[in-house]
Design a protein around this ligand. Structure first.
Ligand SMILES: Cc1cc2nc3c(=O)[nH]c(=O)nc-3n(C[C@H](O)[C@H](O)[C@H](O)COP(=O)(O)OP(=O)(O)OC[C@H]3O[C@@H](n4cnc5c(N)ncnc54)[C@H](O)[C@@H]3O)c2cc1C
Length: 340
């Protein structure tokens, strides 16, 4: 039976920002079959399809979204073990952090550094979710998608997903019609602690033994709790801007002016610079606020909706941050969440 399609459902409560108008049409897909039925419905009614996970990386416009919004709730976790390698497949609608916790409790190494990130499994390949020195794209074996254009399921190998920094094929024109239904991660029963990232290295600096998987997860959860607000209490989509990647020449110029600007080689003669540092030290924007929108007092990359802010308010505030950064550094910064 086809899932119920509702009209005019307000999207704000479905996003962690707590912002956004109504979806023209709205439905929940709990299985691959329901998803294909909804895709057929959209085709027959000539509706554009947008896929919603837990809305933790979205800024939805105040006027809402035309077409059919499908909330992906396809669940299920299976695994195949081969010596130390474990291929774990999770339905796109599984909650990400509960899934990570399960892999940690089972002793499957790989995802522990990505603990405490909100959202669903299905959204992790979209922006190649990353944190604390690990990017999910490096652990993804394959992604099963439903192609709206070809009207069929396709399995894509990791290299076909074109993972980059907060980027993948799913954000490009070529991948916009692909709906993720499940993701297979390549994990390992052999310990492989990744604690080179500054905050984790500092946390474990007095440890004589290699930390366990649980210790790494607990450390990440603790460090994150100091940097990010609790999205269940305060409206936010996490880091609102990406760390910019600039040429080495540009970086060298900036360090003459701003001594200590952190930068990390990002390949092909480019440097990824810390936008948080620029917002704090160069633009003095930590905790800045206009009306109900501002940067978070513990981490200026994070924008906050203090209650009742609109998408127009957030865009205006973000624009003012962008201008200030450009004025001081000639860097054009980009927004991280998807705009609907
Ligand atoms: C407090 C906080 C901290 C965060 N920290 C991090 C972090 O450390 N690292 C990081 O990378 N991100 C972080 N994020 C951003 C966010 O949690 C992730 O991007 C997450 O993967 C989004 O999942 P979601 O299910 O909420 O996606 P949504 O916000 O619902 O959707 C995001 C985009 O993905 C698309 N999408 C979602 N599911 C599917 C699917 N099944 N098929 C096709 N397209 C789909 C949507 O259409 C939309 O374009 C943070 C967010 C918050 C609020």
């Amino acid at each position: 039976m086809s899932p119920e399609v509702k009209k005019g459902i307000l999207l704000a409560p479905y996003t962690t920002f707590g912002i956004g108008g109504a979806a023209e049409y709205f439905a929940v897909a709990s299985s691959e079959e329901e998803l294909t039925l909804l895709a057929k419905y959209a085709r027959e009614h000539n509706l554009r399809v947008s896929i919603l996970g837990e809305g933790s990386n979205l800024l939805v416009s105040d006027s809402g979204v035309k077409g059919l919004v499908i909330k992906n709730e396809i669940k299920g976790i299976t695994h195949k073990a081969e010596n130390e390698k474990v291929l774990v497949t999770a339905g796109a609608g599984e909650g990400w952090d509960a899934f990570v916790l399960r892999t940690v409790e089972t002793g499957w190494w790989g995802l522990e550094n990505l603990s405490a990130i909100p959202g669903t499994v299905g959204a992790t390949p979209i922006q190649n979710v990353g944190a604390y020195g690990v990017e999910v794209g490096n652990l993804i074996e394959e992604v099963k998608v439903y192609s709206l254009r070809e009207q069929k399921f396709i399995t894509m190998k990791s290299d076909e997903c074109h993972f980059g920094y907060r980027d993948s094929i799913f954000k490009s024109e070529a991948g916009k019609d692909l709906i993720v239904v499940s993701v297979t991660y390549s994990l390992s029963t052999a310990p492989n602690p990744q604690i080179h990232y500054k905050d984790l290295a500092e946390y474990f600096s007095d440890h004589t033994n290699e930390p366990s998987q649980k210790e790494i997860r607990n450390a990440v959860v603790l460090i994150r709790s100091k940097k990010f607000p609790d999205w269940r209490q305060l409206g936010t989509a996490g880091s609102f801007f990406k760390n910019p990647v600039i040429s080495t020449e540009h970086y060298n110029e900036l360090t003459k002016q701003y001594d200590g600007l952190p930068g990390y080689p990002a390949g092909d003669g480019t440097i990824k610079v810390s936008l948080g540092w620029i917002l704090d030290k160069v633009c003095n924007l930590r905790g800045a606020r206009t009306g109900q929108v501002g940067t978070y007092e513990n981490q200026s990359l994070v924008l906050i909706n203090y209650g009742g802010a609109t998408a127009v308010d957030v865009n205006a505030f973000a624009e003012s941050v962008k201008e200030e950064v450009f004025k001081k550094t000639k860097i054009l910064i980009e927004m991280e969440p998807q705009r609907w």
